[in-house]
Design a protein around this ligand. Structure first.
Ligand code: ADE
Length: 225
């Protein structure tokens, strides 16, 4: 998979890709991530990438021209499955969207800034608009990092233990059950006996029950879906 991220703040985005699972995925060649500084596509003496709104109103709007130049250059080099715009009014990111995107070959992620991009960018180029939650961030960069993390860990081969993404919360529509490790007892707090039974069907059944109970308590909305 190849991910091209268009941003005015590449430095804000780079560090999550330089640690842990994302770094290993890149080093293993399972994903390529490229950062494109929108400023490099700006024209004119001031290298402007934004301007005031037509019709008046507070906040700057990102210009279509530098975005067009950057996206067109990338599209001339390869085909893209999706061009995603990070925006608080997009579709809310969930595990289903992450699963879907993890199967794509090439995607572009455009990070919004200021008030956002000129609507014509959205009309002409964008195929998917994604929000990471009902709150407004200063820009799309942190959202893009969240999206990339959620997607990259699902690419086959990225996680050492292939089953571990399959047992994540949300993968089967439920939250994950409680988990334990050593010691067996800590300051009087005991690990549930069933986990030492060696009876794997029974352990699996216990986990399913716990996952259901936790989902019912914390996220009953997931059970309605
Ligand atoms: N940009 C600003 N706020 C955002 C959000 N909640 N999700 C994605 N991109 C954003």
């Amino acid at each position: 998979m190849r991910i091209d991220i268009i941003t005015v703040l590449p430095e804000l985005l780079k560090s999550p890709f330089d640690a842990s699972i994302l770094k290993r995925a890149i080093e293993a060649g399972l994903v390529e991530v490229y950062f494109h500084n929108l400023r490099d596509f700006a024209t004119g003496g001031y290298k402007a990438i934004d301007d005031t709104q037509f019709g008046g109103g507070a906040g700057m709007v990102m210009l279509i021209e530098p975005i067009d130049k950057c996206i067109s250059k990338l599209q001339a080099e390869r085909n893209y499955d999706d061009i995603i715009y990070m925006t608080p009014d997009g579709e809310q990111l969930n595990q289903g969207i992450a699963n879907h995107l993890s199967l794509k070959e090439n995607i572009i992620i455009l990070c919004g800034h200021y008030k956002g991009v000129d609507q014509r960018v959205r009309d002409k180029f964008i195929t998917k608009e994604i929000s990471i939650g009902d709150y407004v961030l200063s820009g799309g960069e942190l959202g893009a990092a969240v999206l990339c993390d959620a997607v990259i860990r699902l690419i086959p081969g990225v996680l050492g233990n292939e089953t571990s993404a399959l047992t994540d919360s949300f993968q089967d529509g439920l939250l994950a059950p409680p988990i334990y490790t050593r010691p067996r007892e800590y300051k009087g707090m005991k690990v549930p006996e069933v986990l030492f039974s060696g009876n794997f069907p029974k352990i699996e059944k216990w986990r399913e029950e716990q996952a259901f109970k936790r989902t019912q308590e914390r996220r009953p909305d997931l059970l309605d879906e």
